[in-house]
Design a protein around this ligand. Sequence first.
Ligand SMILES: [Zn+2]
Length: 300
Amino acid sequence: MLDGVHAIHGGSRYPIDVENLIPEIPSAHNTGEPIVVQGQELDPEFEGALFNLNPDQPGKGSWAVVYNQSIESEGRIRFTLAHELGHYLVHRHLHGEFNCSEADTLHWDSPERQMENQANIFASCLLMPRPDFEAQIGSSPIDLDVLGACSNRYGVSLTAAILKWLEFTSARAVLVMSRNGRVQWARGSESGKWISIALNKKRSDGQRTRLPSSCATVLQTSSNVDRQGTELDARVWFPNEPSGMTLREMRLVSDQYRQTMTLLVLPAEIKPWERDQTQEEDELEDTYNRFIRKGQFPVP
Ligand SMILES: [Zn+2]
């Protein structure tokens, strides 16, 4: 719909002005249930909400999207508004009230939060359509400059842009959010899903997993940012990866939220049986070289 509007009327396609888009949606979709948008001081744990102001008259709803105006990040507010619009379009027949926390707008894969997940997918597709996102990235190697340019283009937080990229990339990558040296949550791309699981596990004492003591995020505390990343042994983070494999570790410390964002990008997985084969080949190579060294040339 927005592609069509901008093709006719011009104007900038991104970032999307969700606050002004929302009140247009009921007439564009003939829902007969108007929506207003309001900023309010909400409890800090809430990002936003969607309420039916007219809950006693089925089919004649009148809705309010509320966002937490004490949140300073314009990008987070834009994402929250798009998320609430998703609830309106997809879920308004199911509930009269949606209260959405930061966890709801960040944790996409929780089965208990199916509706939150759907609202996030809606928001991500509305704000960062995949064909456009892929065109922005092109074939350039991924780093926080490339992803930061996407977050600026779409007017969303860097976290939201990285989560979108993780959704479709074929790269083996994991985003790790940490606070005080402990993992708060981690999310992997499709091929990085398995290695992200260990980071999300709580320890037996209920504490969250510590960041590895020799990772760049822990060692390079003197600087707040490493946008291109540091190359290091993949086994620092993932002890089961084969020797010789390196990963690239990028990071950004956010004072505002007392959080550190670490993005890990690894080469494609080498399965254990492929590793054995490689080792056998190395051993064969060694044997061959040994023969050559001893002057025992193979007979053609
Ligand atoms: Zn929600």
